[in-house]
Ligand binder design. Sequence first.
Ligand code: FAD
Length: 491
Amino acid sequence: GTADLDCDVLVLGGGPGGYSAAFRAADLGLKVVLVERYATLGGVCLNVGCIPSKALLHVAAVMDEVGHLAAAGIEFGAPKVSVDGLRGHKEKVVGKLTGGLAAMAKMRKVTIVRGYGSFVGANALEVEETTGSAQDKTGGKKIVSFKKAIIAAGSQAVRLPFMPEDPRVVDSTGALALQGVPKRMLILGGGIIGLEMGTVYSTLGARLDVVEMLDGLMQGADRDLVKIWQKMNAKRFDNIMLKTKTVGAQATPEGIKVMFAAAEEGGTTPEPQTYDLVLQAVGRTPNGKKIAADKAGVAVTDRGFINVDIQMRTNVPHIFAIGDIVGQPMLAHKAVHEAHVAAEVIAGELQGNQELASSAFNARVIPSVAYTDPEVAWVGLTEDQAKAQGIKVKKGLFPWSASGRAIANGRDEGVTKLLFDDSPEAHGHGKILGGGIVGTHAGDMIGEIALAIEMGADAVDIGKTIHPHPTLGESIGMAAEIAHGSCTDVP
Ligand code: FAD
């Protein structure tokens, strides 16, 4: 035909979904072409998401921790912050990881085509060559023909239509670029991304306001945990505006003036405020409408998502989709697991391997983590969700004020909370339905609760599992014992 390149499987997008799919497919012996518009692999997560945010959050947490040492008799001087130095550190971290990906792609003989991809048929993609660090098109074009395709084109930040075009209005990418430290900063949207970036900027010296339409920060997390987070972080905020909409904004010489309104009738409307920096963190929108999916016959929803079945297959049987573009939760670890499923199904079908061809995404739960200070991590049902679904639960709540390790760390504000099925059919041996942790290192511990849910563990299974002492992870065993009623030595 007229194709410049052909392959078994075309992967559109080089983020955690795309590179994971490409690598698995190549490992399974397929000829893979990966199309990415930017110069580096890694997508949002490695370049402008998970990794750079954690590089900055780590530094912020250490800075805060050093402050706490005064209580232990050790005092340091005020920190000297070099924004350039910190930005350089972040860029080095990102470069190490994206460089590693490039090497892994080469090792696996994955062909990377640099450019902007759009479907031109059910078995062909046109790639418009891009250049520089941006996605500027050079005019060069290539056609890649494929037997099967995996769409992993990801998502991008939502922009409020009334926000002025101004360097003082940024999304998460702009905030991570770290152009300086503002005096007053507005976090627009009280979700994980906004609060993580807020944590970094406030530790560096910014005063924060946060505005959220709903009635609480960190929607999705258990309210018992969020309450503790909020108490520990109160000092960062001048103003936490809940049930409040942002209705307008205007660039002035003094800053960005932002107008608010009560989200509910009868609510209070805060006065307009002027900020040195406004971070828009009101959600992300999938890139489904930008890839000419219709030319391949792939259906895209009004909001830009691509629906798939549990094998990650779109309405077109030989085209698959994974990651942020297929729906919530928009998380890298979800994208990676979906990627492996799509690659395996494709390899199985092309090679007549029944076992691979029957691969499916059937995770019971997907954990979420806010890498703030303290961290908040949760998985499975929350107490409110169980209540809303009419499920009777038994809870075990272990306060870290009873954890030797947390006290030794000088950070005993945490809580570990587990929920078990307490319906009559469970006969007192109900399985774990969900769990959450607020406290330092919560994100590193939530995997154990996810495993317990996947394995169908009950409170005895978890409580009788010997956890090392003294660790924060012990709190999971203790919470299970409390739920089971076999723990009496805790306040
Ligand atoms: P993406 O990472 O969005 O990758 C899509 C890729 O496709 C991009 O590289 C894009 O350039 C490319 N592309 C799109 N269209 C085309 C086209 N037409 N042609 C060529 N290339 C194209 N998740 C976590 O699990 N943990 C975290 O701690 C975390 N922190 C985050 C922090 C921030 C600030 C943000 C914004 C996100 C964070 N996320 C986190 C979410 C995570 O980044 C995403 O869930 C993940 O990147 C999704 O992977 P993906 O492969 O679906 O898409």
